[in-house]
Design a binder for this molecule. Structure first.
Ligand code: NDP
Length: 330
């Protein structure tokens, strides 16, 4: 009889009606892949919540195991790049979308998706970063790659108390940038300042309705995680040659702007994708996390749950109520 493993499952019980449960599955049902990994930790991201609530833009087929992140130990490998016992992590690609994901005791994936855990980074620590951390890291990488440095001025971060935002605040703070954190949660101000924010402002401060093409220049750079009118406002408030990165849509997927910030101020807008991003760039960012970008992310901002505690956290993240990161222990 085939060995069993435990997984968090999402089932479509009626049309557009989804239920979650923790189930025992057969190892034979794992997807085909070169590397079998015993998962130690996963993490909860906004996208997992979309998958777990039946969003067909994220996961088409149910029943399904979500979890776009996983860190653990190689159990079996058909690839020369990995051997039994190696500590590794996987984020993005198709994991947790239409490939059974990290909210389970085992995943089986192509070797091309697997990143060796850098020395100096623990398995749990890597999942405190997770996709949120990688996305924040890619955003910081792009600001620096585009020539932004701490002497040029302030960097504004939206959705600052969320997973990507809080990680971005922490990394930028560690690198000596003056960070302005935009948050809808007054209760998060102290935590954001302890993470590295110099200043916290409310969401209304970046919700310009004036229709003016350009506003007073305030920021050298921006890491935007929310989209919508906040990103449109940021583009108007960037300094000459300022750079904004864009990764998310919790405010709105619509970006209504004009060409003026681009053609009058030389502003640059850089898209961030952590899902299909090149494996070598991932390794660069993960190696930074084990070294000069390693952040003291406060334990007060990390919640650890088992598979049976996930449903509540999924409901909270969908309501924008989570401050910090949720780590899932297998
Ligand atoms: P979280 O839910 O952890 O954080 C989002 C934060 O945005 C909230 O905590 C809240 O912070 C703020 N927020 C919520 N609702 C609104 C609103 N209506 N208007 C403005 N701000 C709001 O999500 P993540 O950090 O995990 O992800 C953020 C975004 O980035 C999501 O859209 C996600 O899909 C996307 N993403 C994209 C990736 C990519 O590869 N491109 C990878 C990972 C995530 P506060 O209360 O502090 O304002």
């Amino acid at each position: 009889m085939s060995k069993k493993y435990t997984a968090f499952r999402v089932t479509e019980v009626a049309e557009k009606q989804f239920e979650t449960s923790v189930e025992e599955l057969s190892m034979d049902d794992l997807p085909i892949g070169e590397v079998l990994i015993k998962v130690a930790y996963s993490s909860l991201n906004y996208k997992d919540a979309l998958s777990a609530s039946g969003n067909k833009g994220v996961s088409r087929n149910f029943p399904h195991t979500p979890g776009i992140d996983a860190a653990g130990t190689v159990e079996v490998s058909d690839s020369d790049d990995f051997k039994k016992g190696d500590k590794v992590l996987v984020t993005g690609f198709d994991l947790g979308m239409n490939t059974a994901g990290g909210m389970a005791e085992y995943i089986q994936v192509p070797a091309a998706w697997v990143v060796p855990l850098p020395e100096g980074l623990g398995l749990r620590e890597s999942m405190v970063y997770g996709t949120a951390g990688l996305t924040a890291g890619l955003s910081v990488y792009q600001l620096i790659y585009q020539g932004i440095n701490p002497d040029m001025g302030k960097i504004v971060v939206t959705g600052a108390s969320g997973g990507v935002g809080s990680m971005a605040v922490a990394i930028l703070g560690k690198l000596g940038f003056e960070v302005v954190a935009v948050t809808g949660k007054e209760s998060a101000h102290d935590l954001l300042k302890s993470l590295g924010a110099a200043e916290c402002i409310g969401r209304d401060a970046l919700n310009d309705e004036s229709r003016r093409p350009i506003l007073k220049p305030l920021y050298a750079g921006a890491i935007d995680t929310v989209g919508g009118n906040m990103l449109a406002t940021i583009l108007k408030t960037l300094q000459y040659n300022g750079v904004a990165t864009c990764c998310g849509l919790v405010n709105s997927p619509t970006l209504s702007t004009s060409v003026f910030p681009f053609i009058l101020n030389g502003v640059r807008l850089v898209g961030i994708d952590s899902v299909r991003c090149d494996i070598n760039l991932r390794k660069v960012v993960w190696n930074h996390f084990a070294d000069d970008w390693k952040v003291d992310y406060p334990e007060g901002l990390v919640e650890e749950v088992g598979l049976d505690g996930l449903s509540d956290k999924i409901a909270s993240i969908l309501k924008g109520e989570i401050a910090g990161r949720v780590v899932v222990k297998l």
